[in-house]
Design a protein around this ligand. Sequence first.
Ligand code: PRP
Ligand code: URA
Length: 214
Amino acid sequence: MNASQIPGLTVMDHPLVDHKLSILRDHESPPHRFRQTLHELSWLLAYPAFAALKTEGVDIQTPLEVTSCQAMQPPYPCLVSILRAGNGLIDGFSQVCPEASVGHLGLYRDHDTMAPISYYNSLPTDITQRQVILGDPMLATGGSAVMALDTLREIGVRDIVFSCLVAAPEGVKALHDAHPDVPIVTAALDRELNESCYILPGLGDAGDRIYGTG
Ligand code: PRP
Ligand code: URA
């Protein structure tokens, strides 16, 4: 199956998203512009990423009368960042949903094998009762996202959305094969991976571009 047809995949289609992606992809964009643009784009990406957010009916007294509204109720969602680049996405998500808790899973790709290595894990104790949005700007081989989802599933988290900026077809397939019930929301679906497992055309190493390392 073509990756774009995978069930549960949402690829954003909006001129403002395209414009911001053009800035992120540009190798001349310095870290401060990359960070700022990623932040702006994360607000737009939050719209589809939070589309299945649970709300409940509540009666609210406006200055004029009582009306029925929909509002989040505790336990609020948990945003989980795959360190370190995930923070570039999750920081913006937590601004549009400040009630959410924020968890962190530290993973990096081994430069020789490209396999993810876990080095840190900090999640709310009641995470199993919350909706979870897992965020990482890049879905390349899918190894990091699948390991993060394995971790969340092992502790009993059920309701998870994975959100990224740029996805490779290989990563979308790997994630869907391992966790077919997890929706994937991305700003872009790119062409392929290169021999070093970087996304083409991509935007380079997201962590290095956010933090000015590399
Ligand atoms: C990047 C990115 C993802 C991972 C994607 O992280 O932020 O976590 O690579 O690649 P995969 O789909 O092949 O696993 P990286 O390992 O460079 O760590 P960093 O965020 O600390 O820079
Ligand atoms: N991680 C990145 O940061 N970029 C890629 O293209 C692939 C993995």
